[in-house]
Design a protein around this ligand. Structure first.
Ligand SMILES: Cc1cc2nc3c(=O)[nH]c(=O)nc-3n(C[C@H](O)[C@H](O)[C@H](O)COP(=O)(O)OP(=O)(O)OC[C@H]3O[C@@H](n4cnc5c(N)ncnc54)[C@H](O)[C@@H]3O)c2cc1C
Length: 290
């Protein structure tokens, strides 16, 4: 596997990176850690004459908390986010979720932005952030727009990003007391075969809000509508309702068969992993420590 020749550009601002990408047109592509892009180029699946390296773009860096929202730059590596005390305090499931991504070598250079923008269907963060009601800030240094993460993906390897537009920041509501989150997954090979994430809010032993994302089995994460069945459930009916939601979520999805398994196998995985995710999120909402 040999890389074809290319020129690397190293802009230091978002504005300059976007301008370069627009000026160079279809021959140019942004790159951060390169763990996806360079592999695709080595395999001959993609070819670009110009790589616009985003590592010096300061707008893509940092983790901040303002009131009840946590924001992190798209250029942050998985490892940096995993080790952030701000994230650990406000979004305890995020470090646990990121610790399962790939291996430590990939997590040390691979970024959250690269993961989301590559839009590989087998993504842990895409599934988790869909359940967590995250919003993505896209921009070019002059204008910006906010897109809910579940509307960012158009399908496998396709996003709503326009030419020259970059993913700048990810914003996630902090998890308040009484709300539980969980991310569960299984892998057979390198990437997950199934990822399921849940977020539930419990008030006086009753589920008042719930959100469920199923990922890695279709082109992009899917928000399961069956989760509405859990709303209004009191503690004594949780387990029965969770089983119903799991069966309905599996029945309502048509997984894509691929190297990770057949469509029917993945449907069976979805039922099991929805159950696990909801049980774990309900335990988290009730203050049961893991
Ligand atoms: C061996 C291996 C195992 C893996 N296992 C998992 C796993 O278990 N779970 C999982 O979720 N992921 C997994 N991944 C994916 C991993 O998370 C990504 O490779 C990594 O996050 C990509 O980040 P990067 O910075 O290297 O992206 P790059 O390769 O630099 O870029 C990827 C794509 O995103 C674009 N891009 C990058 N940054 C931006 C931006 N800010 N705005 C617009 N476009 C941008 C690039 O143009 C390119 O198309 C695995 C990858 C490998 C190689």
């Amino acid at each position: 596997m040999k890389l074809p020749p290319f020129e690397v550009h190293r802009p230091s601002s978002l504005h300059d990176a976007s301008r370069l990408l627009r000026d160079l047109g279809g021959d140019a592509v942004p790159i951060n850690g390169g763990t996806e892009l360079l592999l695709a180029m080595k395999l001959g699946l993609a070819q670009y004459e110009h790589l616009v390296d985003l590592k010096r773009v300061s707008e893509l860096r940092g983790v901040r908390r303002a009131d009840s929202v946590v924001s992190f730059g798209a250029g942050m590596t998985h490892r940096e986010l995993e080790g952030s005390p701000v994230i650990a305090e406000a979004l305890a499931e995020v470090p646990r979720m990121l610790a399962e991504v790939a291996n430590v070598r990939v997590r040390s250079v691979g970024t959250i932005g690269g993961n989301l923008c590559f839009a590989d269907p087998h993504s842990d963060p895409a599934t988790f952030l869909s359940a967590a009601e995250a919003t993505l800030v896209l921009g070019d240094g002059s204008t910006s727009r906010r897109v809910p993460v579940d509307q960012f993906f158009l399908g496998a390897y396709e996003t709503v990003l326009e030419p020259g537009e970059l993913l700048v920041e990810v914003t996630v509501p902090a998890v308040p007391l009484g709300t539980g989150t969980a991310h569960v997954r299984m892998k057979v090979h390198e990437r997950p075969a199934v990822t399921v994430a849940a977020k539930v809010t419990v008030e006086r032993d009753t589920v008042v809000r719930a959100r469920l994302a199923v990922g890695s089995v279709c082109g992009a994460p899917v928000l399961a509508e069956a989760i509405d069945k859990l709303i209004g459930a009191s503690r004594d009916t949780w387990s029965e309702r969770v089983r119903e939601v799991a069966a309905m979520s599996a029945a309502g999805i048509t997984p894509v068969a691929d190297a990770e398994g057949s469509s029917r196998y993945k449907q069976a995985l979805v039922e099991v992993f929805v159950r696990r995710a909801l049980d774990a999120a309900l335990a988290d909402a009730s203050g049961v420590t893991r």
